[in-house]
Design a protein. Structure first.
Length: 139
């Protein structure tokens, strides 16, 4: 018999995981507000494009993904945290996310799109992020 180390019951874990949003997250809303305040208009979550990009500036052929550091395997303190329970599952899950991100971004670039990734941790310094996004969107 395998000893359970997860302090939550399967039902509690399921409720917790269902509460994790994939759209309209805090970091995504911060980036959207910032880009809008810079005068740019965009569309959201285009299902007809690989990876269903968070922000699409069609006229400029620019795409912005906003990635959660943990979920997409960023090399920052938040992204480097390893779950103590079910570690093998999470390692495989995050690696699948990273591979899917690479495939989507590669397909978009082959289609003539320019792609930028904004990490959750980068949304804490909006001045720096604005400079980076302005450079990306204007070139």
């Amino acid at each position: 018999m395998v000893e359970r180390t997860d302090p939550l019951s399967p039902e509690q874990r399921e409720r917790t995981m269902r509460a994790v949003k994939s759209e309209d997250t805090g970091p995504e809303l911060r980036v959207r507000k910032l880009i809008h305040s810079m005068g740019y208009r965009y569309s959201l979550h285009r299902k007809d494009l690989p990876g269903k990009p968070d922000i699409v500036l069609r006229s400029r052929k620019k795409i912005v993904f906003i990635h959660g550091c943990f979920w997409h395997g960023h090399h920052c303190p938040a992204g480097s945290k390893k779950p103590k329970t079910n570690a093998d599952y999470w390692e495989r899950k995050i690696e699948r996310n990273v591979q899917r991100d690479r495939r989507s971004q590669s397909a978009l670039r082959r289609g003539g799109w320019s792609v930028a990734v904004v990490w959750e941790c980068q949304t804490r310094n909006l001045e720096k992020l604005e400079r980076r996004l302005r450079t990306f969107l204007e070139k």
